[in-house]
Design a protein around this ligand. Structure first.
Ligand code: GLC
Length: 739
């Protein structure tokens, strides 16, 4: 965003005096960056692996030596293989959930006889196979991947430039690409620039209010993509996951993809199969979302601007009065004392425990927001402790680094330090004791307010990054415990912002989740988080942040959520109507109707915008919203079945059509909720009908309007009361009798 726009947005949301403080904070950030500027790295000639010198069999894989590099190939299962190139720092295993794998039988064969090039005898490369997946490593380190006889991927060897590295792979013209976490882009991530190149940033960032199509990066990046090629059979999709927390970028051009990271080793995982299988294999590695508490699957009401307990009571009374079911109410930052995290404003919420108990009697759970920034305030115990125990991120000189967020100047917990995680996790008891049931992690990219430049903590920020020392060999990395917490000696490596930025949210989620598990082992923790990284599904749900209010962003949100699901995160949702605008009654209703079928179903809006509770638009809208709230309730057993499936296989609840119907390649304005319910939200203003693509099979209208023969496109008449909804013949036993 340009600086002027950034400053104006800030004035709109937080007023002029606060904006002036932000300008001051940005000057401090600039000072930090000048003071600790590192000398420019000397120009280093790019380096490639050189020539293949030899291959050695290793358990479940092989090690190969090149003139300038080493490659370790390790099959974790016959379908999932890990590649690690040295030089480069090993990643800390933040993403990885499964560390013990059974041995895999692999065979190595030399590709051809060694060949003479000039006067040198050159190794021709070799093939390593598990029987399911084969890798052919060429003499220069280029690798082709096969499943059976089908070539799925051909990659060039990585090239290093100092700490940074780049790798190119061939792309077929027909190949479709999905994943990369949260993207305001097309479902096929190549589609916006089929002839040229499109680049996605691997850097979690707060795009700052009202993002829309084309804005990149957003809050949550995940360095994995799925490739599908309609010219190949359905089980010839593949997924590639770069286990590299560093900032970087991934581009897709007409003929090649390019992956670039600013540091860390080229380490990546490859798996092949159907789309469902590759997600299953990836989530076997990085973990799956545990079953949520049942209430979390219901409807949540939220608004930034419910300022007092009285406001909350009035909203809840509104739901009752209009006979609208409600499962959870969220407390935005207004409940805190001066935005100090883990405190409650005693004047505005004089007896939070009584309020939450009262709500619970009505079957409504309370969720409280938590931001990572800890206010710099010598009289605030959390701040004092954090400083005293050295739990905050620091400058290179070891002083807690400061940046400005809602409370003003803040320090930032260093979630890469296990001590910080344990300390942070303990704090949840304060809110649990007050009857809060769920937690909303926000601003954890980490976000900071700036007048110009990246909206985060200063780039010179230092993180402890524990246990690096323990990772002296590749294979050892496999035997680290899940969360790093159980290890004995903590050794700190000292990571910078380029390495730690992307995992800040993930580790905050881990801290919260583990804390909640410890505080109340009998209760399923529930957290929704704006930022995260690979593996966040183990700890938290996600929502798509401050999306703009428009028909374009409604349509965008559908696609964004599908790519999040394909990135291993089964639970996501959006602010109904967009975050910071004033949706028309029609846009609000259409958004609500879509959201009723998304995993996380929450109405939310920004402070200062016109109120948006489901009854404010009057009739017929209130009744329509009521119908969809009731429908959601009736779907609960079905949703719960899907939650169980997500926990077992990693399948997202909301799926693109090609998940089950690979021939439905490019449908991006409909989705399947589970394998039974086809949802075609209305995404155009004033629509009187919409085109629906029906996959093969017989499709029953949910609304009892008849049966359609599949493998067809049908034009379905729509009124404001309904969106097209179909159940496939022979599926959906859980749905029987729920209409
Ligand atoms: C961020 C969140 C938004 C929240 C606001 C105030 O902008 O994305 O949902 O309402 O902060 O806490």
């Amino acid at each position: 965003m340009n600086p002027l726009k950034q400053i104006l947005t800030s004035v709109q949301f937080i007023g002029l005096p606060a904006t002036l403080r932000i300008v001051q904070a940005t000057l401090l950030r600039d000072w930090y960056e000048r003071r600790f500027r590192e000398p420019a790295a000397p120009e280093i000639a790019p380096k490639s692996p050189g020539e293949l010198l030899g291959v050695e069999a290793a358990p479940s894989g092989a090690r190969c030596k090149f003139t300038n590099a080493e490659l370790e190939i390790l099959f974790l299962t016959p379908h999932l293989v890990r590649l690690s190139w040295e030089p480069g720092q090993l990643p800390l295993p933040y993403a990885i959930a499964k560390t013990e794998w059974l041995p895999v039988d692999v065979t190595i064969s030399s590709s051809r006889r060694p060949r003479r090039r000039g006067r040198r005898l050159e190794q021709n490369g070799f093939t390593l196979t598990s029987g399911e997946v084969s890798l052919t490593v060429g003499a220069d380190g280029g690798i082709t991947y096969h499943a059976g006889d089908v070539e799925l991927r051909a990659e060039h060897p990585p090239r290093w430039e100092g700490e940074a590295w780049t790798q190119h792979s061939r792309l077929d013209a027909e190949e479709r690409i999905h994943g990369l976490g949260e993207r305001a882009a097309t479902l096929n991530l190549r589609a916006s620039a089929p002839e040229s190149s499109v680049t996605y940033q691997m850097r979690n960032t707060d795009p700052g209010g009202h993002y829309s199509t084309g804005d990149d990066p957003l809050y949550l990046n995940i360095p994995l993509y799925i490739s599908r090629n309609p010219r190949r059979s359905a089980n010839s999709s593949y997924l590639i996951f770069y286990e590299n927390t560093h900032q970087g970028e991934i581009s897709f051009g007409a003929e090649e993809s390019a992956v670039h990271f600013k540091g860390g080793m080229p380490r990546y995982y490859f798996t092949a199969g159907t789309v469902a299988e590759v997600v299953e294999n990836y989530t076997e590695l990085t973990g799956r979302a545990p079953l949520p508490p049942r209430w979390a699957l219901g409807y949540h009401q939220c608004r930034w601007g419910y300022k007092t307990a009285q406001d909350i009571r009035e909203v809840v009374a509104g739901f009752k009065e209009h006979n609208l079911p409600l499962d959870a109410i969220h407390l935005d930052i207004d409940y805190m004392d001066g935005y100090r995290v883990f405190t409650v404003d005693e004047e505005r919420f004089p007896d939070l425990a009584a309020l939450t108990a009262e709500l619970k009697e009505d079957g409504i759970r309370t969720v409280a927001i938590l931001d990572p920034g800890v206010k710099v305030d010598p009289n605030y115990s959390l701040y004092q402790e954090g400083v005293k125990r050295g739990l905050f991120c620091t400058t290179p000189a070891g002083k807690p680094v400061r940046a400005t967020v809602w409370p003003g100047e803040c320090c930032f917990p260093d979630f890469t330090n296990p001590k910080t995680r344990a300390w942070w996790g303990e704090q949840y008891s304060k809110l649990l004791d007050l009857g809060v049931d769920g937690f909303w992690h926000d601003m954890n990219e980490p976000a900071a307010f700036v007048g110009w430049g990246p909206p985060s903590v200063p780039s010179i920020t230092r993180y402890s990054m524990e246990n690096r020392g323990a990772l002296h060999s590749h294979l050892d990395a496999l035997h680290l415990e899940d969360d790093g917490e159980t290890q004995t000696a903590t050794q700190f490596y000292g990571g910078n912002h380029i390495e730690a930025n992307n995992i800040y949210g993930l580790m905050m989620n881990q801290a919260g989740y583990n804390g909640l598990r410890q505080l109340d082992p009998d209760r399923r923790p529930w957290i929704v988080s704006r930022a995260g990284w690979a593996g966040m599904q183990r700890y938290a749900w996600n929502w798509t942040g401050d999306v703009g209010t428009s028909w374009t962003t409604l349509r965008q949100t559908l696609i964004t959520m599908l790519n999040i699901g394909l990135s291993g995160i089964p639970y996501t949702g959006s602010d109904i109507g967009g975050f910071g605008g004033h949706p028309s009654a029609e846009l609000f209703t259409r958004w609500f109707q879509m959201a009723a079928f998304t995993p996380f179903f929450r109405g939310h809006s920004a402070t200062g915008t016109p109120r948006r509770e489901p009854w404010v638009y009057g009739e017929p809208y209130t009744s329509i919203v009521r119908d969809f709230l009731n429908l959601r309730r009736r779907l609960m057993p079905y949703l719960y079945t899907l939650a169980q499936e997500a926990a077992q296989t990693g399948a997202p609840l909301m799926r693109p059509l090609f998940w089950d119907f690979p021939e439905m390649a490019d449908v991006d304005d409909q989705f399947m909720l589970g394998d039974s319910l086809l949802v075609a939200p209305v995404l155009r203003e004033g629509a009187e009908s919409r085109r629906v693509t029906l996959p093969p099979g017989e499709w029953h209208s949910w609304w009892g309007e008849g049966v359609w023969e599949g493998e067809s496109e049908v034009e379905v008449t729509v009124t404001i009361e309904r969106i097209p909804l179909f159940v496939q013949e022979g599926r959906g036993s859980e749905l029987r009798g729920r209409r």
